[in-house]
Design a protein around this ligand. Structure first.
Ligand SMILES: [Zn+2]
Ligand SMILES: [Zn+2]
Length: 276
């Protein structure tokens, strides 16, 4: 599979000269399977740029199908969805997967940000594409030759959904927006990430800033490194950077931990492509 990053920033989009290198858009990762099927993880503002690229595929002609996996419905993970152009093209088929939110259901929440107070679209019923919103159950998903499993992670009073996507015996794990209990991953998270080729993990904070922000629902780079090592993962992608961190700060964090971690540390960056 081919993995491309379109949004790597946490909490809020922060475009500008200080974030040009790694990017200011909120989470969105594009996966192209071996059979050229498109899967998107999270619909932050990064999905807008991806959306324009996808117009060159059958999705631009109303002949495409795509699956969107949502980790949770905090704004930074869904606010790009109303701007995802393929939803306005009749004929497209769009599946959206996510866990059942505790306070409501997935469809109501996604529809909420399209109501008149927030958007001139007035609800998802005005999308032209066929939209299928599915809440996950215990069964793994089979998406065009890939197997997708999920696990719930603690995220400040709610849960976020971590995904494991496997194709041809290789695994990618996406675990964003998580604060493991006590700052250390539990055994379920270690098992879930076990021996994945690539782990994309919340590295919102430096260790120092995490110490000042415990309870925020996010992880430090050190927590992510510890989890990767315990789970026998060799490649760790830094992700969901604090909106307060400039390119200089992210580069410094990378430099500081790349050698000492003993892992291949990859700072997520808009446009970065990884092949698995
Ligand atoms: Zn987030
Ligand atoms: Zn969140």
């Amino acid at each position: 599979m081919e993995i491309t990053f379109y949004g790597v920033r946490g909490t809020v989009a922060v475009p500008g000269p200080e974030t040009n290198e790694f990017g200011g858009n909120t989470p969105c990762v594009h996966i192209r399977t071996k059979k050229e099927y498109n899967i998107i993880i999270d619909a932050g503002t990064g999905i807008c740029g991806l959306s324009r690229k996808l117009l060159a595929t059958p999705l631009g002609k109303g002949q495409g199908e795509i699956s969107i996996l949502l980790s949770h419905t905090h704004l930074d993970h869904i606010q790009g969805f109303p701007f995802f152009i393929p939803v306005f093209i009749p004929g497209n088929r769009i599946q959206v997967y996510g866990s059942h939110p505790e306070e409501s259901d997935l469809k109501t929440i996604l529809d909420g940000q399209l109501q008149a107070s927030f958007s001139p679209i007035y609800g998802m019923s005005n999308f032209a594409a066929t939209l299928d919103i599915k809440e996950l159950d215990a069964q793994p998903l089979s998406i065009d030759g890939t197997t997708v499993t999920h696990s719930m992670m603690p995220h400040r009073g709610i849960k976020s959904t971590a995904y494991r996507i496997e194709e041809d015996g290789k695994a990618l794990v996406y675990m964003s927006d998580v604060e493991h209990e006590g700052g250390h991953a539990g055994e379920n998270a270690v098992q879930f990430a076990q021996s994945a080729q690539i782990l994309i993990h919340d590295t919102h904070f430096t260790a120092e800033d995490y110490a000042k922000s415990r309870g925020s629902g996010h992880s430090s780079i050190e927590t992510a490194i510890e989890l990767a090592k315990r789970a026998n993962v060799r490649q760790l992608v830094m992700f969901h950077y604090s909106p307060d961190y400039s390119d200089d700060v992210i580069r410094e964090i990378y430099r500081r931990y790349n050698d000492q971690s003993g892992l291949t540390l990859i700072p997520a960056q808009e446009g970065l492509k990884l092949i698995l």
